[in-house]
Structures are given as C-alpha cells and as structure tokens.
Design a protein around this ligand. Structure first.
Ligand code: ARG
Length: 464
C-alpha cells in the first residue's frame, strides 16, 4: 500500500516489501470481514444519527459496505497483502465504490476500537455455534445412555478395576462435563458481549458520538466504561480460550477411553469402518484416528491459551501491535473445538458400538465386588474396617487358588465369618453390586433413571 492510501502525509516513503508482509494481518483477519462490515455499517448509521455526517452520506456508506459484502461473498473481492489488514481493505474498496464519501467512514473511530468490535462480534457468533454443538454432543450421549442403563461396564480408579457401573452412568459423567462447558460459555459470553466501539484510538473522540446507539445496533449488552480498557482488553479472549481448553480436556478424556476401549486389551467397543482407519502396512489393523486426533489437538488449544496469556503479560496501556497476535490462535481454537466436537459427536452417534457380551463378561472376571462383601458384613454389625481386613484376606487366598469371590462355597464364607448367609451370592452379583449403589448421584439403576430425566430437562430448558 502506498503512503497516500494508508498513513498520514508524515510518511515519505513506502514500506519495505518484507516489512509490509511482516506487518500485514490480512491473510488471517479476513476471517473477520463480515463482522467488520456489520460493525462499520453500525458506525456509519450512528454518524448520521448524531449528524456527524449527513443522512445521505450515511446511507451511501451503508449501501457501499453492503456492496463490499456481496462482492466478498461472490469471491470478487479478494484483498492482498498490500491492503495490510481487513479494516484498510474494506475502507479502500468502499471508497472505490462510493467515492470520496468513503473517506468519511473512519470519522470518530480508530482501527483499535474497530478490531476490538470485530473480534467480539466474531467470538459471540462462534460461541453460539459451539454451544449448539455441545447440545448435539450431549444429545448423542443421552441417546446412548438411555439404551444402556442396564449394561454394566467395569469402573476404574488408577486404571485398575474398582467397582462395576451402569454404562449410562459412565456416559452421563461426560454429559455433565459438557453441561458445565455449555454454562461456562454462556458466562464467558456476558463479557464478550461488551462494546468497545467509540473508545477511539485510546482516549475517546472529540465528536459527539453515541456509543449506546452502536452497541444497541450490534446487540451488545453493554459498553466499556473506560476507553483505554476497551481498546486493550483481551480478557474476553483469554476466558474463551480457558473455556475452550476445558472442552478439549473433556473431549480428550473421552477420546482416551474410546482408544482404550477399542484396544484388544479391553475390547469394550468396536469402531465402525466409517470412523476408523487402516494401516498402510499392517493389514489387520483398525486404528482409532478420530479420538487420537482429538487427544492430540487438545495440546494445540492449550498452546493458544498459553500464547495469549503471554502476549498480554506486562503489556502497557493501551493498544500495542502485539495485540494483532491475538487472532490466529483464537481462530484456530474456534476451528479446532468445532471440528473436534463434530468428530466426537459423529464417532459416538454412529461410529462405535458397545460390545454387550464382552462387557457382561468383563464385570464378572475380577474382584470388583470386594467392597460389597465388606459392606455386607458392615450392614450386619461388623465394624467396616474389620470387615475390610477380612475381605482382603479372602481376596488374597482366592487369587492364590485361582478363584473369584463368586466361586467360594457357603462353608468357606461362613468359616470367614458366621454372619454370611446364602444371600451373599446375590449381594455380590455384578447387577446387584451396581443396583445397590443407590445414593444420590451414584450408579444404582434407580439413580441413573432419575439422572437421565434430570439431564433431559437440563438440555431442554435452557437450550439456546
Ligand atoms: N490489524 C490490527 C490488529 O489486528 C488492527 C489495529 C491496528 N491498530 C494500530 N494502531 N496499528 O491489531
């Protein structure tokens, strides 16, 4: 871009081409163009409303900006590096279309409050999209959970068999994580949806602008109270990156479980061909690429959060060009979270099948009913710690004898403690072990039924 087209006459020579490339953000901030146009149209309308420009000029600017939008959508407007950034690109094209009046658009505005406005409009939109994707993901979890209340799956602590669970209960844990993710985004939105437009370069403007008017046109809930803060705040982006990181934490945990479950060691799920890939050399292989990619992409989202925090650390007031670096990580985070949510929703919804038979076997092949033996005695008056020690002993001798607890004879039980009666066998059957955990929020079937009803209500009530 030549000096006449961008900065003031103070500049005598054009930028070095390599520096122009280094300085330019158009290659990535073009992503903001729709929001830039909308923000500029609101600004133009406000300029006319406050008589800073005439009504007619306002209308010309708004119509011209609309034409830029159409040209962009039709692929006819493709600004290059010479435009520096999306804001200059739009203003330049507008001026080509409407003539000199185009040069009035930037009255009482700076690119600093402009880019802040664009980024918030973009993020507000993207958050809404991610929230509805979270709802779809939750819906799929609920559908599977409803089918598997009575399907049992080993539950783990330390990745060691601990106690059997209702598969629905296991899946509902992820539903609840997603619910908090959804709520977190709702909360973040409140601080994204504040207008910096009219903060000017840093200090406000000499023109009698109406910031509330533009905020209302753009559906912002509020306006920044301090102009310096308005142009340099990126808390809203950091908060979003935190919320996005937590979404990825949750997806990566589920992804890891699917990877484990699909392995030969677990065999809890089968991956369908539509969501698994083969190996280029080992013909027998079916790889869980989708959850592996989700697990891997989590790292890159965390990286963007870290980068944004470091960009902001120690940054003096107000705008500094460092802030141009906020965009690529933010855009990549949005795209990564959306792609990961979509892939995991498809994977769960149609890409994997639980192996019911194998799961039924899995819950009978271990000592995950040992706590229930201790509980059995404790319910019959034996102090729990004493009962716990007795059961520890019987687990040890059973392992040595190659037996499971269900294989012990009543005699053996009664030698251990006279309180054992024939109903011990029922008490330690996997189904009963699960059913008995009927405390609020537990895996007991009655609890899980209630939890499913509550979950349906959660997504029904406040879905947006
Ligand atoms: N492309 C710039 C950015 O993304 C726009 C704001 C430029 N402001 C300035 N004072 N140079 O941050």
């Amino acid at each position: 871009m030549t000096k006449e087209q961008t900065w003031s006459q103070r500049f005598e020579s054009a930028l070095h081409p390599a520096i122009a490339r280094f300085n330019a953000s158009i290659n990535f901030d073009i992503e903001l163009i729709e929001y830039d146009l909308t923000g500029s149209q609101a600004h133009a309308k406000m300029l006319a409303h406050t008589s800073i420009i005439s009504q007619e000029e306002g209308e010309q600017l708004i119509a011209g900006l609309e034409q830029v939008r159409q040209e962009y959508r039709q692929g006819k407007f493709q600004p290059g590096v010479d435009a520096e950034d999306v804001h200059f690109a739009v203003e330049r094209r507008l001026t080509e279309i409407v003539g000199d009046v185009g040069k009035k658009l930037h009255t009482a505005r700076s690119r600093n409050d402009q880019v802040g406005t664009d980024t918030r409009l973009y993020l507000r939109d993207q958050i809404q999209q991610i929230k509805s994707q979270l709802r779809e993901f939750q819906g799929v979890l609920l559908n599977i959970a409803e089918k598997h209340v009575e399907t049992l799956i080993p539950g783990y602590t330390h990745l060691q068999r601990a106690q059997p669970l209702s598969l629905a209960h296991h899946l509902l844990a992820y539903f609840q994580m997603a619910q908090r993710d959804w709520e977190r985004l709702t909360d973040v939105s409140r601080r994204v949806n504040i207008s910096p437009l009219g903060c000017g370069a840093l200090a406000g403007t000499t023109f009698p602008i109406d910031r509330h008017y533009t905020a209302k046109l753009l559906n912002f809930d509020n306006i920044y109270a301090n102009s310096l803060d308005g142009v340099s705040d990126r808390d809203f982006a950091i908060e979003f990156l935190c919320a996005a990181s937590l979404i990825m934490v949750h997806l990566s945990r589920l992804a890891e479980e699917v990877i484990l479950w699909s392995s030969e060691e677990f065999r809890f799920v089968t991956l369908k061909d539509s969501c698994a890939t083969g190996s280029s050399i080992m013909p027998q292989k079916k790889n869980p690429d989708v959850p592996e990619l989700v697990r891997g992409k989590t790292g890159r989202v965390f990286g963007h959060l870290q980068a944004m925090l470091v960009i902001m650390k120690g940054l003096p007031l107000a705008y500094n060009k460092d802030l141009q670096e906020d965009k690529e990580g933010l855009f990549d985070t949005v795209n990564t979270v959306k792609a990961s949510l979509e892939a995991m929703t498809i994977l769960l919804g149609e890409g994997l099948e639980f192996r019911i038979q194998r799961l039924a076997e899995a819950v009978t092949e271990d000592f995950s009913n040992a706590t229930d033996v201790a509980d059995y005695l404790a319910a019959r008056g034996v102090p729990f710690r004493e009962a716990y020690n007795l059961v520890g002993k019987v687990v040890k001798t059973s392992i040595a004898a190659g037996k499971l607890l269900k294989d012990l004879t009543l005699d053996e039980w009664q030698q251990l403690h006279p309180a054992f009666a024939p109903d011990i066998y029922e008490a330690i059957s996997p189904r009963q072990v699960v059913a008995a955990r009927n405390s609020y929020g537990g895996t007991g079937f009655a609890q899980v039924h209630e939890a499913l009803i509550a979950a349906r209500a959660q997504v029904g009530e406040d879905s947006e």
